[in-house]
Design a protein around this ligand. Structure first.
Ligand SMILES: Nc1nc2c(c(=O)[nH]1)N[C@H]1C(S)=C(S)[C@@H](COP(=O)(O)O)O[C@H]1N2
Ligand SMILES: [Mo]
Length: 333
């Protein structure tokens, strides 16, 4: 995302890249029956074709039981599942939008450990099954607004972050909540190579103020469209904070730590003049290199369907504005 390198920032994110062309080509070869048959694998060119086979064994998601949160429905058109799972930012698996889906299919999420620690009375360690069994799951349809000015409408499944934090009994000295993504360069090519990973220092870290974390809209998601999360969307568990730019919604979390000082956050550390700690969606505060006044809503339209809509303060979740009263949102962007 950040597109700190001017060359990349000049590219519109929906321009056809060589990778898109290659994916189209692969689809065509499949349609014509040239891929996915064993025959080619024994041919002398098998070696050359092996790199086509990385999506042959897709990650297996499974259905979840959940209720529908009555106050989190919408009459907006949902972004189709195939768009949500193929247009991603997850730099641990590469910086192009199609990279995470392509490179994360063999990501191993079970066993998994998520710890809640720091300024708490009762530190917790959750295993893979706990993630979907400890809390009652509900579906919440939220808008997701990326700082790059595209957006989606996503039916997440999960539970309130507050429920998780309260279970650990936070101390009154806890002022911030820090989150950390898995660090595993063997599984995450972007962590192995600075080039693949967009120059980020891993693990990816994020943070919220404690009152933001305890707000009922802040959610831990374990699924979307009725199924467990695919790896490209942050399996097995990720944060979703719908009134903030997408980069706050950190994926594949292994650690949550309550602290008394403001923790560092990945994009802020990389370019503090471009990405603030708060990162509340705000049409009146431009990114230094582009306007945030409108966004491209990704629906079922084709690649060149612009579908431009105005961006709303707090991404339309005005109920959070009390968290920021008396704060200058231009300064604390
Ligand atoms: N660990 C990690 N979390 C991350 C990112 C990332 O690169 N690494 N990208 C962020 C950004 S910029 C966005 S817009 C959202 C995208 O979530 P999605 O791919 O599920 O739509 O994930 C966020 N969480
Ligand atoms: Mo983003």
């Amino acid at each position: 995302m950040l597109l700190k390198v001017p060359k990349k920032s000049d590219l519109s994110e929906n321009l056809v890249t060589p990778k898109d062309v290659y994916l189209q080509r692969r689809k065509l070869l499949k349609t014509l029956g040239f891929l996915g048959t064993g025959a080619l694998l024994s041919s002398p060119s098998a070696q050359a074709l092996n790199w086509f086979s990385d999506d042959e064994k897709p990650f297996k998601t499974s259905p979840l039981s959940f209720s529908k949160a009555s106050d989190c429905t919408t009459d907006e058109t949902l972004t189709p599942q195939d768009k949500i799972t193929s247009h991603n930012n997850f730099y641990e698996f590469g910086t192009a939008k199609s990279d995470p889906k392509e490179n994360a299919q063999s990501f191993n999420v079970n066993p998994w450990t998520l710890s809640v620690e720091g300024l708490v009375e009762k530190p917790l360690t959750l295993d893979y099954d706990d993630l979907s069994k400890l809390f009652t799951l509900e579906e919440r349809i939220y808008r997701l607004r990326c700082v790059e000015a595209w957006s989606m409408v996503i039916p997440w499944i999960g539970f309130s972050l507050a429920a998780l934090i309260k279970r650990a009994k936070p101390l009154s000295s806890a002022k911030y909540v820090a989150f950390e993504t898995l660090y595993d360069p063997k599984q995450m090519p972007g962590q192995k190579s600075r080039f693949v990973g967009g120059g980020i220092d891993y693990p990816y870290v994020e943070s919220l103020r404690i009152d933001e974390a305890l707000h009922p809209l802040s959610m831990m998601a374990v699924g979307l469209y009725g199924e467990t999360l695919p790896p490209q969307n942050g399996a097995p568990i990720r944060l979703v904070v719908p009134w903030k730019y997408g980069f706050k919604s950190i994926k594949s979390i292994v650690k949550i730590k309550l602290t008394d000082k403001q923790p560092p956050t990945t994009w802020n550390r990389l370019a503090s003049n471009e990405y603030g700690f708060y990162a509340n969606v705000n049409p009146d505060v431009s990114h230094p290199r582009w306007s945030q006044a409108s966004e491209r809503r990704i629906t079922s339209g084709g690649l060149f369907n612009q579908n431009r809509i105005p961006t709303l303060p707090f991404n339309g979740y005005e109920e959070v504005s009390d968290l920021y009263k008396n704060m200058d949102l231009r300064r604390y962007f």
